[in-house]
Design a protein around this ligand. Structure first.
Ligand SMILES: [Zn+2]
Length: 127
């Protein structure tokens, strides 16, 4: 429903349910004037028992916004999860390569044995 401030003429789009069946005191966001806003039509159907509704401040509508937009949360970045999985896979591969180093060396051609042997690596750092 359309609500117009009687003081400054500012107009607001307000959900009729927010006004309630008995009306409600509203406050203009532009001039802070407060007045009692009546519902559009008196409740001809079975009126629900009136409950006290707290006052609220209404804001002027922004462009192309009849209702508040539902903000979708940004997609969560999963880089940390993928990096930890990749790191775990590398650790498992290194452990498996160390455990099965004998089988791996037996499967490789003989000229690779000196290159891949752990003593060859140690010799690089001895000097
Ligand atoms: Zn006003």
């Amino acid at each position: 429903m359309q609500v117009t401030c009687p003081n400054c003429g500012a107009r607001y789009a307000v959900d009729p349910l927010a006004i309630g069946p008995t009306g409600r005191t509203v406050q203009c966001a532009r001039c802070s004037h407060r007045w009692r806003e009546r519902p559009i039509a008196p409740a001809a159907v079975v009126p629900p028992p009136p409950r006290p509704i707290p006052d609220f401040v209404i804001r002027p509508p922004t462009y192309n916004s009849g209702l508040p937009a539902l903000a979708t949360p940004p997609p969560k970045a999963r880089w940390g999860q993928w990096l930890s999985i990749a790191g775990l896979a590398v650790v498992v591969l290194v452990i498996a390569a160390y455990i099965f180093r004998g089988e791996i060396l037996a499967a490789l051609p003989p000229e690779w044995h000196d290159f891949l042997h752990i003593d060859a690596l140690r010799a690089l750092f001895r000097q």
